[in-house]
Design a protein around this ligand. Structure first.
Ligand SMILES: [Zn+2]
Length: 274
């Protein structure tokens, strides 16, 4: 049980990344009194299968969904960096890193969450781009000669102690958080991303149709009625993770604490944050 109130910064590419990958953990941390802030790099304007939607409409809808989802989890602020969805790798790494470092020097987090840049099989360039920018920003945020111009705005160098990395296919997992009491909050936060939930169910139906396989329970599902399918999928995934530590539901991370200082600590142990 954490006694110290900490500040947490989640830096992601899209409106629903945090909810999908760490929603239970973030809700748990918020309940334990930690301050949580989120930075979303893109405008999310390509994340829809609705033929009638424009990019402007999608971007607007997803900003609103991001705010609602974050609110359910207890996140205090959401900042949008405004980059184009699906093209984040065109942004120079050093430009995006500066934006992430600026956010860290402003929010001054003890803990950051982001995509794991070292995980394999990540097919989305936005996830890969934000992961590299965030890990570099977190690693060098306390170096005063990285963006010394930040000081002119009152943004001082800052040491980011703990890094939580998530991935679709995680590697070197060393932290599993018991989210059994928070699975419903995770689901509620995802449900706020209505356009993404409809997309997820529609995409599932397209995959089923393209495969030629039959799954009668899902063939006639209305994407607008997304809750049962989302709940089933998220619970199945969280249960697989939870089994690794004998709890009902879990979320998993590769975590780096203070540059791996624990190996030098001997008898001492760092306090847990969740
Ligand atoms: Zn994403």
């Amino acid at each position: 049980m954490a006694n110290n109130k900490k500040t947490v910064l989640v830096i992601v590419a899209h409106a629903d990344d945090m909810e999908f990958m760490a929603g239970g953990t973030i809700a748990k941390m918020a309940d334990r009194g930690h301050d949580i802030h989120e930075v979303i790099a893109t405008n999310n304007e390509r994340g829809t299968l609705e033929p009638a939607w424009s990019q402007e409409l999608a971007a607007e809808a997803r900003q609103e969904e991001a705010r609602r989802g974050a609110k359910v989890l207890g996140v205090q602020s959401v900042e949008f960096l405004g980059y184009e969805d699906g093209r984040l790798s065109e942004t120079p790494l050093n430009e995006l890193r500066e934006k992430c470092m600026r956010a860290m020097r402003r929010v001054r987090p003890h803990i950051i969450f982001t995509w794991d840049p070292f995980a394999n099989y990540e097919n989305h360039q936005d996830h890969r781009a934000v992961a590299w920018a965030t890990i570099e920003a977190a690693s060098f945020c306390h170096f005063p000669l990285y963006h010394p111009e930040h000081r002119d705005e009152g943004l001082e160098p800052h040491y980011v102690g703990e890094h939580y990395y998530f991935a679709k296919v995680p590697q070197d997992v060393n932290k599993i958080v018991d989210i059994s009491d928070y699975i419903d909050r995770k689901l509620e936060s995802l449900y706020e991303h209505k356009s993404q939930m409809v997309l997820t169910v529609t995409d599932f139906k397209l995959a089923l149709e393209a495969s030629g396989l039959r799954l009668p329970a899902f063939e006639n599902i209305d994407p607008q009625n997304y809750r049962p399918l989302i709940a089933q999928q998220i619970k199945a995934w969280a249960a697989t993770v939870g089994r690794k530590i004998n709890v009902v539901y879990g979320e998993e991370f590769r975590r780096v604490r203070f540059g791996g200082i624990e190996r030098w600590l001997g008898e001492q142990a760092l306090e847990e944050d969740t």
